[in-house]
Design a protein around this ligand. Structure first.
Ligand code: TUI
Length: 316
């Protein structure tokens, strides 16, 4: 059996979070992951507060286990959703794409465990000083909005500067990745891409099939020019975005407009020309659809087996 400090902190069986993927991580996926023993997370994405309130209540009706909400700090509705998570008293709030410090006092007062995603040691130290219960150190192998530093490099450095539990994210897709994260000092993991092919994930079939077919080199990052690089599968849309990004006659506003609605176009419509199929580099490792429960059982059985052999090159 594997049990780490994050299991006790949150009240979960397996030390695994499901990433809060915009347009994808809904109440059904979150509840399925929580029921399976991990921490399911609803993405507040760019939706308004009332949508989120309904989704939180839907998840609460589907599971008695703890679940979380991910707040994307670039959302136009961030102030409203920040209030609603406190009113609804969700167990955990994770944040992404920015510094959540200004909301943290209110969330902590509401009894929420605040676990920000960080992409650098600087932000890790800052959020910990401001009351983070744990941090998710996310490397640039991840899908979606990414930082520069890889998981291998980021996780041990974050572990060295904070005294709260560290969850590793980015490039983890199976039990070997979980074991490696533990070796780097993390006591939990967050996976996004693998959950895209969970039976309970409502993302469209086109998206799931693209993940299942992807190879190691099939993702790319775009959007550096706009200050928010995004990793996604190499599709006609992503290649066109990169072309426009390198074209100095295209303004940033035009580039933003080209990208608007692209995540919904991928997740809901499966549109190759307009859709941004955000995915981590680990997609190449993901080969089968499974119910969330089976996925978690398989990942942790493998982690246990791998960790059992961790000392094999140590000569005494
Ligand atoms: O947030 C994510 N992944 C996301 S958000 C998203 S929606 C979106 N769509 C288009 C453009 C931009 C966003 C899709 N995927 N992951 C967590 C994450 N957070 N990765 C990196 C960071 C991060 C970056 C800077 C966290 C903190 C940070 O702090 C800088 C600062 O001081 O503001």
């Amino acid at each position: 059996m594997i049990k780490t400090p994050i299991c006790d902190l949150i009240g979960i069986k397996y030390p695994i979070f499901q990433g809060g993927m915009a347009w994808i991580a809904d109440a059904e996926l979150a509840a399925a992951v929580s029921n399976a023993g991990g921490l399911g997370i609803i993405s507040a994405m760019n939706a308004d507060g009332e949508w989120l309130r309904k989704e939180i209540r839907k998840a609460a009706a589907l599971t008695e286990k703890p679940f979380g909400v991910n707040i994307m700090l670039m959302s136009p509705h961030v102030e409203e959703v920040a209030k609603i998570v406190a009113e609804e008293k969700v167990s955990v709030v994770t944040t992404g794409a920015g510094n959540p410090s200004k909301y943290m006092e209110a969330w902590n007062e509401a009894g929420i465990k605040v676990i920000p995603v960080v992409a650098s040691t600087g932000v890790a130290k800052l959020v910990t000083r401001n009351g983070a219960a744990a941090v998710i150190a996310e490397g640039g192998e991840s899908g979606g909005h990414v930082g520069e530093i890889t998981t291998m490099v980021l996780v041990p450095q974050v572990c060295d500067v904070v005294d709260v539990p560290v969850i590793a994210a980015g490039g983890i897709g199976d039990g070997r990745g979980v074991a490696a994260a533990f070796m780097l000092g993390a006591c939990g993991v967050q996976l996004g891409t693998r959950f895209l092919v969970a039976e309970e994930c409502n993302v469209c079939e086109v998206y799931k099939n693209k993940i299942l077919k992807a190879k190691d080199i099939d993702t790319m990052t775009t959007g550096k020019r706009l200050g928010h690089p995004v990793r996604a599968l190499k599709t006609p849309f992503a290649r066109e975005f990169l072309k426009l990004e390198y074209d100095s006659s295209v303004t940033n506003e035009e580039l933003e407009a080209f990208g608007a609605g692209s995540l919904r176009a991928a997740a809901v419509l499966g549109d190759e020309k307009k859709g941004s199929f955000m995915s981590g580099q680990i997609a190449g490792l993901i080969k089968k659809r499974q119910p969330a429960k089976e996925m978690l059982e398989e990942i942790f059985a493998e982690a246990e087996q791998v960790l059992g052999t961790a000392g094999r090159y140590v000569i005494k």
